[in-house]
Design a protein around this ligand. Structure first.
Ligand code: AMP
Length: 319
């Protein structure tokens, strides 16, 4: 995740919750991608503080730093090194087609080169560790597809070097929409007060944001005819509760929207309150986060360095 903005329930349900679920089934590396963050200007003091905040949120969600590695991208220089080598095998046209690039670029007068290169750096993050599976939200599926294309192109030019990774999307919650506008993805960079529920929002604010969510002109839940706002509220509830589709239908069919929102708000608060308690405990321990991040970087650096050596060797660079 990028250490920018405020992490919200979309980030949690689309990615973080899934990470916690799979952490004992795989050898996991969870990266805080600060080099991606600087593709747009970040105030340096804030960026540094955000990096630790994200690390604390990973831990509060239940990532176990004894079994998984949590690390900061810029602490392992191999990320930037591999990104350059991959840049050199990536056609510009592939990058210009990326939806996220087109959306971000459209909002700016002058587009930094880093924004275009963003998915190549992401490919480096993944290929560096020969990752088999990348658990992300749906908005990142296109970047994962590009990562596979880059890996395959490199492998065919220089011989088998990279594992071609798979994508893992959660069954429910892969794309949480804005509560104020269910046609738009819930996003860290959106500024509207009623847009997102941030993971660190106080319960009163969470309730208020959800109670104000946009629905549609029907009076009550009809699963066959529900508009995007109601579908989004149901997805949020189901992703938190883990209920089956049948259980959801039994519970919510014909429920008035006001009651639906109350139930969604209580479900979200009941998960985020203990999460926020854990977060406060973690940040109050002096030196703990810095230690977790240092250990994470030390554990993964040898894997990353081996891949860089192999890549340089394949390309005929000086090793
Ligand atoms: P980012 O906000 O780009 O740092 O994304 C961090 C992770 O959260 C990625 O795996 C995204 O796919 C996921 N994510 C971001 N926004 C959403 C959303 N609205 N719904 C589901 N997953 C999301």
């Amino acid at each position: 995740m990028q250490p920018t903005g405020n992490l919200h329930i979309g980030n949690y349900l689309g990615a973080l919750k899934n990470w916690v679920r799979i952490q004992n089934d795989y050898e996991c590396i969870f990266c805080i991608v600060d080099l991606h963050a600087i593709t747009q200007y970040q105030e340096p003091t804030e960026l540094r503080a955000k990096i630790e905040e994200i690390a604390a949120l990973y831990l509060a969600a239940g990532i176990d730093p004894k079994t998984c590695s949590i690390m900061v991208q810029s602490a392992v220089p191999a990320h930037a090194e591999l990104a350059w080598m991959l840049t050199c095998v990536t056609p510009v046209g592939w990058l210009e087609r990326m939806t996220q690039y087109k959306m971000k670029a459209a909002k700016q007068e002058s587009v930094g080169d880093g924004l275009l290169q963003y998915p190549v750096l992401m490919a480096a993050d993944i290929l560096l560790y020969q990752a088999g599976i990348v658990p992300v939200g749906e908005d990142q599926a296109q970047h994962l597809e590009l990562t596979r294309d880059i890996a395959q192109r490199f492998n065919s030019l220089y011989g088998e070097t990279f594992v071609v990774p798979g994508t893992s999307l959660p069954a429910v919650g892969a794309r949480i929409m804005g509560l104020d506008d269910p046609e738009q993805k819930m996003s860290k960079s959106a500024t509207g007060a009623g847009h997102a529920v941030a993971l660190l929002d106080p319960p009163a604010k969470i309730r208020k944001t959800i109670m104000r969510a946009t629905t549609d002109s029907n009076p009550a839940v009809d699963f066959a005819a529900a508009g995007p706002g109601v579908r989004n509220l149901l997805a949020i509830y189901q992703a938190f509760s883990g209920d089956t589709d049948d259980a959801m239908k039994r519970q919510f069919t014909d429920m008035r929207y006001g009651d639906l929102k109350k139930q969604v708000a209580e479900m979200v608060v009941s998960h985020l309150e203990p999460f926020q308690d854990r977060y406060r405990r973690i940040v109050s321990e002096p030196g703990y986060l810095a230690g977790v991040l240092r250990e994470g970087a030390e554990r993964v650096a040898p894997i990353a360095n081996d891949t860089v050596r192999l890549t340089k060797d394949r390309m005929g660079l000086y090793t």
